[in-house]
Design a protein around this ligand. Sequence first.
Ligand code: BTN
Length: 328
Amino acid sequence: MKNTKEHIIDILIENKGRYISGEDISEKLGISRASIWKGIQALKKEGYDIDSKSGAGYTLIGKIEEQAMSPYEIKHKLNTKYIAQNIHYFESIDSTNIQASKISDKSSEGTVIIADAQTDGKGRTGKKWLSKQNAGIYFSIILKPDIPLFKASFLTQVTGAVIAETLGSLNIPCEIKWPNDIVINHKKIAGILTEMNAEIDRINYIIVGIGININANKFDDELSKTASSIENEGYIIDKIEFLRKFFELFETCYENFKNDDNKQVLKTLREKSAVLGKEIYVIKKGEKEICFAENIDDNGNLVVRNQFGLNETIFTGEISIRGLESYI
Ligand code: BTN
């Protein structure tokens, strides 16, 4: 359910470039002009540049995409039932995953925490995730699926497939380095950190955290061998458009996942794989072995052929892989 401010911003966005009177807005929303005025003042306080002219009404100044991201813009025309219908936005926060876990008990499924910067962004395996102001998209989704525990890890691959499909739909070609790093030109531009709170036989909640490097153009020498950003690789992305498309596709794929239908996701994982059909290093406890990546099975595991011609199934989390000459 949208609140008054969200309805007002929707109308201002729809009428961008012209003034709309308080009376018209009040008629459209069926609420008093005083409430419209209050809503406009609240939006201005939040940083919206709204001009008012007596006799003409209100207009949104400047390009909305130049302003800081806000829940209203993301929710404007967002076509989902519950994913991102509830958004908590922060200019800066320690970590959206940490914030998500703090509020998960009281939050409904699909609630999203999004920030323009993180001071303590978390990567996988205890690493840090660089999250400078406006350099990327950092967000977490709270999920409460009623599924057996062993199925939960596939959710990370569902998310990877949705990121890849969304970027593809925006004409940004990317690949998936199994199991779930998103790469462009062999460099990682997005990562997913899935965390779970569960009892022995029951999931309380899952937090899927997603970090996408948009214009994080200064990586140190070591990191720049393996990491990059969408802009560094020559593509432009509209954050809001990305998020809207992502949330819509995520809801569809997540619903299918809960119903044990992962056909669409598996198709994407295979078609956009950066490793299938290639020789790769499989690294287990520091030991490197060259293998041929044959397939991704229906459970999302990587099937490789080793040097003795035998097939091995690699489970996510157990092993890491690298390209023979580069990150992948
Ligand atoms: C990885 O190491 O590949 C996973 C990186 C995940 C980073 C995202 S940014 C939003 C969310 N909040 C965090 O602290 N981490 C995840």
